[in-house]
Write a protein that binds this ligand. Structure first.
Ligand SMILES: [Zn+2]
Ligand SMILES: [Zn+2]
Length: 527
């Protein structure tokens, strides 16, 4: 059955024919688009649908987030608006009561941010011990790069005072040297890996809910941004039980010995909406947690953050991706981390002159310098910006870096000038996968307190939309199937209540997704 949509604003995200009068879908594909009467003549049997003035846009693709993280966050106590340590205690206690958690159940809170709390520092185990001394409790920071556990949780995970800090991580200590419950980077990651996961059944249900959240934001392709074996089992279970309806692209932990690609070779292509896209690793931490690795110190200190790995380790990971001919994503926030990535990549390519790169991505690229952006085209490297930081943490960045350096955060306009196929992401569950908020940020660049942050790096609405659609399809090597309206591409589209090109630019974040369609099927409808 063919369906022709007319009487609305159809934005193609193609360069040649930016807007069309009508579009025709057959099953999961676009079979024609252009002039309304021509299309009706060409497909006289098609059913005609009246868009009633709505705007149709290609569905969004998520350039970087953590799909199962979004699912998992649904069972955690949300601390994103906690304003003090006392507030955390109250919220966690209420949550435990609401969910009827017993003493043996883990009580977990997510997304606290010390920057927005009265105390202006991280809580410690003594604070969380006030909730319970027996129940294991931990909370994770909004950056996901650090967190705090209570005494029972430290004990449950076998952490003790004599333990040394792991390479690329740190345990907080009391004055007497005993662990105070705070953990960052590698220390926090290995702690979290020991916390028992909920049952498979629970996770499968939560993954359904997570898909509904992405779909309600107009996203039909999502990322699993760092996939270790245990996590991939969850994705596999979901795919095999036929409950995935969004396309999920998983990036395997590059340092894992047992390679997911060798274990699951058929998943190099989509199987029941799941595929392996390449490798992922981390070069540093986060700027709002002052663990992003910087070339110059944070304001008012000697501290420059720190790298997650040595040059040699980075080289070896990049080389692995080149030898295996796979895409590599590296989390780089600080300018030193960005420089390390580009420099080591160039070295690997010098060593392997016969090899080609596979659209490597610099994830976050928040403080990447112009010099490094200029070195990216030769490597076919893509900067993927976490541009909503300008609003969420913009004021903190101005505090941490000074206005001049903070203005350079997420240099999207510089990337555009260099013809780089930049993308934008939300790193959910760090922030919700709200694409119109991200669009608003890329265009307006305003902080929460209303300060302008780096106006010269702002983009036009059209250029910002590219970073959420066609450029992301390119990042996934799916530009022949997704990201724009063209004959033969997939029928993945969204209907909006307003035309982003006509709405007041300061109100871009008020645009609502009314419907989301994937492979020619409606997967979300606003109530
Ligand atoms: Zn990251
Ligand atoms: Zn991430």
């Amino acid at each position: 059955m063919k369906h022709i949509y007319v009487n609305g604003t159809i934005l193609t995200m193609e360069d040649m024919q930016k807007q069309v009068e009508a579009i025709c879908f057959e099953d999961e594909y676009i079979v024609g688009l252009g002039n309304r009467s021509d299309l009706i003549k060409r497909f006289p049997e098609a059913e005609i649908h009246d868009l009633c003035g709505k705007t149709m846009l290609p569905a969004f693709l998520d350039a970087h987030s953590h799909f199962t993280g979004v699912a998992n966050a649904l069972r955690l106590c949300d601390l994103s608006d906690a304003t003090s340590f006392d507030d955390i205690i109250i919220k966690m206690k209420e949550f435990a009561k609401d969910r009827k958690l017993g003493k043996q159940d883990w009580l977990i809170g997510a997304n606290y941010d010390h920057n927005f709390m009265k105390e202006k520092r991280h809580p410690d185990r003594h604070v969380l011990d006030e909730i319970s001394m027996e129940q294991p409790i931990y909370i994770s920071h909004a950056s996901s790069h650090m967190g705090v556990a209570n005494s029972a949780a430290l004990q449950a995970c076998g952490l003790h005072n004599a333990m040394k800090d792991p390479e690329g991580g740190r345990y907080g200590r009391d004055a007497d040297g005993s662990m105070n419950g705070y953990m960052e980077e590698r220390a926090f990651v290995s702690f979290q890996n020991q916390v028992p996961m909920p049952s498979m059944e629970t996770m499968l249900e939560l993954m359904k809910e997570a898909q509904a959240i992405y779909a309600s934001n107009g996203i039909t392709t999502v990322q699993e941004g760092f996939t270790q074996s245990s996590l991939f089992q969850l994705l596999l279970a979901s795919a095999k039980s036929n409950t995935l309806y969004l396309d999920v692209v998983a990036y395997a932990d590059v340092s894992e010995e047992k390679d997911l690609f060798t274990q699951y070779p058929t998943y190099e292509r989509y199987q029941n909406h799941l595929r392996l896209g390449g490798y992922k690793t981390f070069a540093d931490g986060s700027p709002q947690g002052k663990t992003a690795w910087m070339l110059e110190p944070y304001r008012g200190s000697e501290d420059r953050g720190y790298p997650a790995m040595t040059d040699a380790q980075m080289y070896q990971r990049i080389e692995k991706s080149i030898i295996k001919k796979r895409q590599l994503l590296i989390h780089c926030n600080g300018d030193a981390a960005a420089r390390q990535y580009v420099t080591q990549f160039e070295k690997v390519m010098k060593q392997h002159p016969e090899a080609t790169t596979h659209r490597p991505v610099m994830i976050h690229a928040q403080l990447v310098r112009k010099e490094e952006l200029e070195r990216m085209p030769a490597l076919d490297m893509i900067p993927s910006f976490f541009v909503a930081h300008t609003w969420y943490w913009g004021d903190i960045h101005i505090e941490n870096f000074g206005k001049q350096r903070a203005d350079k955060i997420s240099p999207a306009h510089t990337a555009k000038e260099l013809h780089l196929p930049y993308t934008f992401h939300n790193d959910s569950p760090v922030i919700p996968p709200n694409m119109f908020k991200t669009l608003w940020c890329a265009v307006n660049r305003k902080t929460k307190s209303g300060q302008q942050i780096g106006n010269t790096e702002a983009l036009s609405v059209e250029d910002a939309l590219r970073g959420l659609t066609i450029h992301v399809a390119h990042q996934y090597f799916e530009e022949d199937k997704k990201g724009s309206f063209k004959e033969g591409k997939q029928a993945d589209f969204i209907l909006l209540d307003k035309n982003p090109y006509l709405v007041d630019q300061t109100k871009l974040d008020t645009i609502q997704v009314l419907e989301t369609w994937k492979d020619g099927k409606c997967i979300y409808q606003k109530k």
